[in-house]
Design a protein around this ligand. Sequence first.
Ligand code: UDP
Ligand code: MG
Length: 319
Amino acid sequence: MSEQTNSSEKRTITVLIPCYNEQESLPILFDRMDALVAGSETLDYTLLFVDDGSKDNTRPLIKEYATKHPYVEYIFLSRNFGKEKAMYAGIENVHTDGLVIIDADLQDPPELIPQMAELWMQGYDDVYARRRSREGESWLKKATSRWYYDLLQKVSGVAIQKDTGDFRLLDRKCVDALKRLDESERNSKALFSWIGFKKIEFLYDRDKRVAGKTKWNYLKLFHLAMDGITSFTTAPLKIATWVGSLVSLAAVVYAIVILVKTFAQGIDVPGYASTMVVVLILGGVQLLSLGIIGEYLGRIFMQTKGRPNYLVQEQKINK
Ligand code: UDP
Ligand code: MG
């Protein structure tokens, strides 16, 4: 659709910015966005702030900024729903040819948007920004994220973009596709990969947060990782089948050994160690399998309740 847009005509693009307690970063973000919007000849910008239940001065700041600029839109959610839902709230309300998602803390430099848009004009639908470096992140965070994505890629069979966050430019086609995926346990990374379309990577250096603190901790990251796995693949459910089959096979072999020994050497009473080993291993495997089933069951439960993904307190959208 957008490929047919006349090149002399400006393409419209929304910059979606999820915010949660970002009062320190916002003034800097506003300045940098102002410069970007003012200097743009090929793009017609809309800025869409989604406030994810901030408790600080974020909302008044956004409102004030919106009164100064007609192209600024906002959605204030009724409470903190998490970045995933905040992004979805934005995606559902995009009415432009394209969409860019950036973090409010300026880790994703907005100045790169024009370069990403060039690739978009060449006909790519999903220009995803891949980090060349990850400054300000610990060795552990980098390593765990690498292992996790390698694993996910292997088990799911879907091509997953490494060192890539939510910073990307999406064509209208992708936005419409994402709107149709109204899953309750969202993992955008999985969804971006799943929808397909013409993707191209764009290398960049991820900066440090300009101000404030990260809202992530290892518990939150663990939940996100679990969401990623469960929304991509049912492979873990099959682990139970495989391990169960192997253990059963071993049990049959061992049973034959015991029978033969019993017939040959008579009844062998001592057997505490072997009994305990079998009981413990089987108990462990069963609990693990139950846990895996539980992870999926929990998500099925959340989805069947059919609750909306987010609730809006107040919004200004120029549709
Ligand atoms: N964010 C959000 N809701 C949350 C947590 C974070 O909308 O519950 C936003 C946050 O304001 C920021 C972006 O998501 O714009 C990324 O968050 P953060 O910088 O804390 O994550 P990191 O960059 O450390 O992965
Ligand atoms: Mg950040």
